[in-house]
Ligand binder design. Sequence first.
Ligand SMILES: Cc1ncc(COP(=O)(O)O)c(C=O)c1O
Length: 406
Amino acid sequence: MGRGSSNVYDVKTNPSGIVSLGVAENRLMHEEIAAHINSHLSITKRSLTYGDGSVGSDQLRQSIANFMNNTAFRPKKPLELKQVTVLAGVSSVIDCLAFCLCESGEGILLGRPTYVGFISDLVNRAGVKPVLVEFERRSKAIHPTSLEAVKCYEDALIQSIQNGTPVRALLLCHPHNPFGVCYEPHVLEAYLKLCAKYKIHLISDEVYANSIFASTDFPTPPKFTSVLAFDIEKYIDPSLVHCLYGMSKDFCSNGIRLGAFVSQSNPDLHAAMRAISKFAWPSSLADTAWCDILKDENFLSTYFHTLTKRLSTAYEHCISLLKQHGIPYVPAHAGPFIWIDLSNYLSSPTVEAERELAWRMIDNKVWIATGEAYRSERPGWFRITFAVDEAEFELGVQRSVVWWCL
Ligand SMILES: Cc1ncc(COP(=O)(O)O)c(C=O)c1O
């Protein structure tokens, strides 16, 4: 988080603060979520106890299972309560998972660019080595979500083993962060086969599963297919396949801190995570708040419709400004951000110049996430969050490099 999380802009209380467009924060449904929680949350005597234990209440785990059974995930086999372990955010889930799956120094494959948080989640406690997969330094650049990219993962895996770092898992972000696109089913199938070939875990982080939207770039966006929707046993030992979900993104609630580890055929791994879950125990208040929402079918029936409509509007506004300023971008159809190319504004094609540009923008009171943090293979790319108030987004763009270079 760092730079953009202090002295944050507020139109009334801190107009000279930093406009934060660098966090994957969907603010488009804040009012609706806050209103739901404020009108439903009731603290009972049970909320003040340790309840059902440290991996989420039975009620929440069942509600997550029901929700996933009935929304974008559509698991091949219906999810059950015991296949869901809840911790204080998906970051905590990844941290615990890395700790349970790997010895310190062992590797997990991550494609470049990668969601920045994966690195710290894997490294800081578990001491896992991110094995970064490159797609550009080849005779022909390969798109990271394409079928050809699967071979790049295999090459990186083989290289890692040759260098003495065993690989235990492949971690995908689906839909992709920072590109904001889904992996197509035939590509996911190839990942299932690759993981089967090397007997490694496939972890699919699906936190943006219900944030798919239409736009002029994608009038009919591709349908999201969860890794759980496959007939997994046909491809791989099902104990190796895991899905992650949480409240932060689709429910616009980064601050509530709830994340779910969902795995249908690995009770031992759930047990191992439970054994260390005390350190990431979700609060009963957060637990109750999400549970109330997940059980409220009336609320949900309009919530996702409105969320995706607002994402479409905010995305159109964002790309119209990008086009106006001649900024290239990767067309997206999922999530609250877009990957943009500011390399024309670098003083030289280097990471140092990218850092310098980011600091100049911070000095000018706007924070946009640098490609370097995402382990981008090319300097000059940034990730900008568009799912924010329109006026604030425009102010952010005005404070950014595109304006002072006019
Ligand atoms: C792909 C992905 N996974 C996990 C997280 C973190 O989720 P949480 O807030 O539940 O820890 C983020 C946040 O940006 C994310 O983009």
